[in-house]
Design a protein around this ligand. Structure first.
Ligand code: 5GP
Length: 188
């Protein structure tokens, strides 16, 4: 029987740079597979169905919840987000290393169902820098920015629950640290 793939969870406040780091990991390591989440959030400009998210109506998301089709799901800033169960399990069973980029409540659920998963918290240097990054992205309404910053506070308080905390001050340094934690060979 072939060995199982590893599961790695990357969590951190909105705007901390998880997406950029995850894209770099995928670019550097073709043997790592990123789970594409389902969400009820509306697509941002440039976001592609099936590449960034599976964009669903609330009722369709609810149907998947009812059928226990999510490995984990959470409500975040008035929208639902969830990790499809079947494909993630299939990848792990095939020996593929799977990456989840999810928020705190989801990470807590995975801790119960996959206690062996590596859980990494990506933290901003400070909250002022985080606010600058969210605003600089230019994708959120003022209400959503405030909401995301309030959630960020709660998430940062919970960072010690994670196996490792990586501070994203310098993106290449943070990437190297995460690659080392995941046991991946750095490109640099
Ligand atoms: P955004 O709206 O900025 O794309 O995502 C908001 C938050 O939801 C981010 O912290 C992101 O990591 C998280 N998220 C994305 N997909 C999932 C998922 O499948 N499950 C959970 N629990 N959180 C997710």
């Amino acid at each position: 029987m072939s060995s199982l793939g590893n599961l790695t969870v990357i969590t951190g406040p909105s705007g901390v740079g998880k997406g950029t780091i995850v894209r770099k990991i995928l670019h550097n390591h073709s043997d790592v597979w990123l789970s594409i989440s389902a969400t009820t959030r509306k697509p941002r400009s440039g976001e592609i169905e099936g590449e960034h998210y599976l964009f669903l109506e609330k009722k369709d998301f609810q149907t998947i919840i009812d059928k226990e089709g999510f490995l984990e799901w959470a409500s975040f800033s008035n929208n639902f987000y969830g990790t499809p169960k079947k494909i993630v399990k299939e990848k792990i069973e095939k020996g593929i290393n799977v990456l989840l980029e999810i928020e705190l409540q989801g990470a807590r659920q995975i801790r119960k169902t996959f206690p062996d998963a590596l859980q990494i918290f990506l933290a901003p240097p400070d909250l002022i820098e985080l606010e600058k990054r969210i605003r600089g992205r230019g994708t959120e309404s003022e209400e959503s920015i405030r909401d995301r910053l309030a959630i960020a506070n709660e998430e940062i308080i919970a960072k010690e629950e994670f196996d490792a905390v990586v501070i994203n001050k310098d993106i290449d340094k943070a990437l190297n640290e995460i690659e080392a934690l995941m046991g991946l060979k750095s490109n640099q």
